[in-house]
Design a protein around this ligand. Structure first.
Ligand code: UFG
Length: 320
């Protein structure tokens, strides 16, 4: 297929673009490089360095079989401080994309949605049938886009799949996580191991969990990418399917820090800090629907293995 990957110079987008190229697809990356990196675009993919708002019409006019839409603002804290950036950058921009796809008859869409659309869960593991009550603007904007996609699919025959990611981690060779502002646990802990940060703060040890720290569902970015390839194949005209993607296994912050100590051999000093606003105690996905309908199964479920791939990437970035 000829595929457009928006945000394909970012973390998840670049890994997906690489897997798509390897699977024989023709891949064009559309990325304004505001947070992505040109050298993260895989060999064999063409980079169009532009924003969706400026370029989507001209690009889609070339004719595509589908779009994988990763480009987004994705910092939860920032979304609360500067909501306009998120409503504009995520919702308005995605509506432009949907309209351009309709105008040019682009038949398929795979969209990067998020566990943040659910908010504080009533039940864990979280299924796709759970109520969607986002507790932050980031999640609210992603949910709004999901709603828009549902109506475009119903009205205009778009074949659409939204994938709701839980905690994406790990790396794929030279494709990994390198954000200007890092807020995610595993890269932060690895920054301590690589000497770029003194200590890690554990946001609360009095949560109602086994060891008192928050539990999250870490999914390897390569497993996540493979779900995108399956989603492309299973997308059906006029339908908007939604799938949660996680390991189904929860790991606590303490377990993550311990795994990083084990993999890196670094003591990684950690301090207990106050709880971070808006954090739920436990977020674990039920991925039963993706397993049944997409035939997807996460293969890289071992936490140490996930951390090892992220660590290899971190060291390669530092030339260490
Ligand atoms: N944490 C720390 N110290 C840190 C960083 C994080 O203790 O320095 C803790 C957090 O409190 C949380 C866990 O580590 O309990 C994971 O935090 P992340 O920031 O890595 O990830 P989140 O679970 O907050 O966020 C992830 C995605 C978001 C998405 C959200 C869905 O990264 O994009 O899940 O709920 F919105």
């Amino acid at each position: 297929m000829k595929l457009l990957v928006t945000g394909g110079a970012g973390y998840v987008g670049s890994v997906c673009a690489a897997r798509l190229v390897e699977s024989g697809h023709e891949v064009v990356v559309l990325d304004d490089l505001s947070t992505g990196h040109a050298d993260a675009v895989p060999d064999g993919a063409r980079l169009v360095e532009a924003g969706i708002d400026d370029a989507i019409g001209d690009v889609l006019a070339e004719g595509y079989d589908g779009v994988l839409h990763f480009a987004a603002k994705s910092l939860v804290g920032e979304s609360m401080q500067d909501p306009a950036k998120y409503w504009q950058g995520n919702v308005v921009t995605s509506l432009r994309l949907l309209d351009a796809m309709r105008g040019h008859g682009t038949p398929r869409l795979v969209f990067s949605s998020t566990a943040a659309t659910y908010g504080e869960p009533e039940q864990v593991p979280i299924a796709e049938t759970a109520p969607t009550r986002p507790t932050n603007t980031y999640g609210a904007t992603k949910l709004a886009i999901d709603h828009a996609i549902t109506s475009y699919a119903a009205a205009h025959g778009l074949a659409a799949v939204s994938l709701r990611y839980f905690n994406v981690a790990g790396a794929y060779g030279r494709f990994g996580e390198r954000h200007g502002v890092e807020t995610h646990l595993i890269p932060i802990v690895l920054q301590v191991a690589s000497g770029r940060r003194e200590r890690v703060q554990v946001y609360g040890d009095d949560w109602p969990t086994d060891d008192g720290t928050c539990v999250r569902d870490y999914i390897h970015v390569v497993d996540l990418a493979d779900a995108h390839l399956r989603a492309l194949e299973h997308a059906a005209a006029g339908e908007h399917r939604i799938y949660n993607l996680g390991n189904g296994l929860g790991f606590s912050v303490k377990q993550v820090v311990d795994a990083c100590r084990e993999v890196t051999g670094h003591p990684i000093p950690a301090d207990v800090a106050p709880r971070r606003a808006g954090d739920p105690a436990v977020l674990v996905a039920s991925s039963d629907k993706a397993r049944t309908e997409l035939g997807w199964k996460p293969e890289r479920v071992d936490l140490a293995g996930i951390v090892r791939d992220a660590w290899d990437f971190t060291r390669s970035q530092q030339g260490a």
